[in-house]
Design a binder for this molecule. Structure first.
Ligand code: DGT
Ligand code: CA
Ligand code: CA
Length: 576
């Protein structure tokens, strides 16, 4: 138990009592306030004092009498204080949430309650919007703005951005900073560098000889809506895009360790730091230091990891999922890279719900230096997507044959994203399926089926000869939960039937996700990293699929669209 937590509860009780009408409340309020301070400033855990010396030990502490000692005992034993719960019920003000807003605290939150009747975050937002807070004594315009910023930050934290939205924003900022000529080196760190599927805030590190000018230039960008906090070498801004961004200016000597530190994850860092300590070093954002507190020169992150007896760990693996042990054993795998991908096996045209023509998608594929692409439109039962029936598929395949006869730089595979119907059968006649080079199976309806039925449905499709299972869990990030399925059974069926699992690169899908990729890998299955492009612009989503695959520790040899066309064709042929 933390002293701080108990102290905060005492402070809250004191505040509640200060507005209570009972005659003894005022006196009691002061007592809780004093006791809170005693607990907060204790140099050892209060639980230890209690364990060693019991209630009497607690009563030796300044300002703590029998009654308060009993409250502390109650908290240590039950994790609750009845009096606190009762006061919270009596005064319907969410002091706890309100006081956690930066710049508010318990006392100030209480002032807002007394003056404006602000009971919760909603009320606070309203009061800020209506500019009522500035007129309260000890608040003013500045602190109203600070609260407004803190509220926005809190909202952003609960509503994380998709990687696919945050990364381009970060890259734009980096580009603009670079153009100012005030910075020598810039890197994106934090969760974006780890390619996490959602992002809390953007973290940028820069080397500059003129940090204050660099920060000024940055805050002057028209992407910036407001400055949340500013120092000599660090600034936090709120971007018009609705996400916040930290810029830190670092000295050249500290850059490697700062990059390592601010890339995270926090959990990974904690373990790396422990290893540093065990080897007689100290590691923090300023550098790696030896026993005599002398800096150990590290030019880059690899130097840091190597000094600590580890392989370099790619950012995407830094999640404290066993990568540190692997690095110590020098077994970090060579992860798949964007350049390993030779083709995209999941693309739509405006024949179904895509925005571009077949020819435009082919040209975009060639422009992206792909050796092959698969055109995989939706099938007839998916009416909202203008799914194709047998006849329209045949007409499209004829067009593809003609294109293949003429175009030499890219090969077009004939395919379909075939609906897996409720009973697990496929939404097209066998004759047309036989004409396809590649059959992708996908669930687009009946998401709410129970676990057993849904698992059987998908396994049925796997057994009836699909090559790839598209977006296997069906989740949409921040929008739709995965459907209820037994993934391990599905992975087993994929293994048995040589069915490939898709890693769908669409920013709100990233399906399979990192953890499921690790899980599936244990079943020794193969993967395809596809864009599911519905427009030529979507081809660039591939990097998010690659990032997700790397977070799933995937190597090139497990991904079929890294293969040359002929090898790929052989794999696809194996189907019945
Ligand atoms: P996010 O922004 O929620 O998507 O996730 P991150 O990982 O970008 O987290 P953020 O922005 O709070 O901090 C960036 C990195 O800084 C984080 O990944 C690790 C490092 N860091 C931040 N706070 C701590 C800390 O208290 N301890 C350690 N060891 N590292 C920290
Ligand atoms: Ca971050
Ligand atoms: Ca941050």
């Amino acid at each position: 138990m933390e002293n701080k937590k108990l102290a905060d509860i005492f402070y809250e009780i004191a505040e509640y009592l200060s507005i209570d009408k009972e005659p003894t409340s005022r006196f009691e309020s002061n007592a809780y306030e004093k006791a809170g301070f005693t607990i907060e400033t204790l140099q050892e855990p209060i639980q230890e004092i209690y364990e060693k010396h019991g209630k009497e030990g607690l009563m030796q502490l300044p300002g703590i009498g029998k009654g308060l000692a009993e409250k502390i005992e109650e908290f240590i034993k039950t994790g609750e204080i009845k009096k606190y719960n009762e006061l919270r019920k009596k005064y319907p003000i969410d002091l706890h949430s309100l006081s956690n807003i930066e710049g508010l605290g318990i006392k100030r939150a209480m002032s807002l309650y007394k003056a404006l009747g602000v009971k919760n975050i909603e009320d606070l937002k309203k009061a800020v919007d209506e500019k009522k807070v500035r007129s309260i004594p000890r608040f003013g315009k500045k602190s109203e703005e600070a609260i407004s910023n803190a509220l926005k930050l809190m909202e952003a934290r609960s509503n994380r951005f998709l990687l696919g939205h945050a990364l381009p924003i970060a890259e734009q900022l980096v580009l603009k900073l670079d153009k100012t000529d005030l910075v020598k080196k810039i890197e994106i760190s934090g969760s974006i560098r780890r390619m996490k599927e959602t992002i809390g805030d953007i973290d940028i590190l820069a080397i500059s000889e003129r940090p204050e000018e660099a920060i000024k230039a940055f805050t002057d960008f028209d992407d910036v809506e407001s400055v949340v906090a500013k120092g000599n070498t660090k600034v936090t801004v709120w971007l018009k895009a609705g996400i916040s961004c930290d810029l830190r200016v670092i000295s050249p000597e500290s850059f490697a360790s700062a990059l390592q530190y601010f890339t995270g994850s926090k959990e990974h860092n904690i373990d790396v730091r422990k290893i540093a300590i065990s080897k007689g070093y100290k590691l923090n954002e300023y550098g790696l230091f030896n026993k005599k507190d002398v800096t150990v020169k590290c030019n880059n992150e690899a130097d840091i990891y190597n000094m600590l007896g580890m392989d370099y760990i790619p950012p995407e693996m830094r999640e404290d999922r066993g990568e540190i042990k692997l690095a110590q054993e020098h077994r970090i795998p060579k992860l798949i890279e964007l350049k390993d991908i030779k083709g995209d096996l999941h693309m739509h045209t405006n024949d179904s719900d895509g925005q571009n023509t077949l020819e435009e998608m082919v040209a975009a594929g060639a422009k992206n230096k792909l050796e092959y692409i698969a055109i995989t439109n939706h099938t007839k039962s998916l009416k909202v997507a203008n799914g194709l029936d047998e006849k329209r598929f045949r007409a499209l395949f004829h067009k593809i044959d003609l294109l293949n006869d003429n175009a030499k730089e890219i090969y077009i595979l004939k395919g379909g994203e075939v609906d897996i119907l409720k009973d697990g059968s496929l939404d097209l006649d066998k004759n047309v399926l036989d004409e396809m080079d590649i059959i992708i199976g996908a669930v687009h309806s009946g998401f709410k089926m129970d676990r057993k039925a849904m698992t059987e449905r998908i396994i049925n499709a796997i057994e009836s000869g699909i090559n790839i299972l598209a977006h296997p869990t069906g989740r949409l990030i921040n929008k739709r939960m995965p459907y209820d399925i037994d993934l391990e059974e599905i992975f087993e069926a994929c293994k048995k039937n040589n069915t490939v699992l898709e890693i769908n690169s669409f920013p709100d899908r990233l399906d399979l996700n990192d953890l499921n990729i690790i899980l599936a890998s244990r079943h020794n299955v193969m993967f395809a990293i596809d864009t599911d492009a519905h427009a030529i612009e979507h081809l660039k989503f591939l990097k998010y699929g690659i990032g997700t695959a790397r977070r799933g520790w995937l190597t090139k040899n497990k991904v079929i669209n890294t293969m040359p066309l002929n090898d790929l064709k052989r794999i696809l042929k194996k189907k019945g």
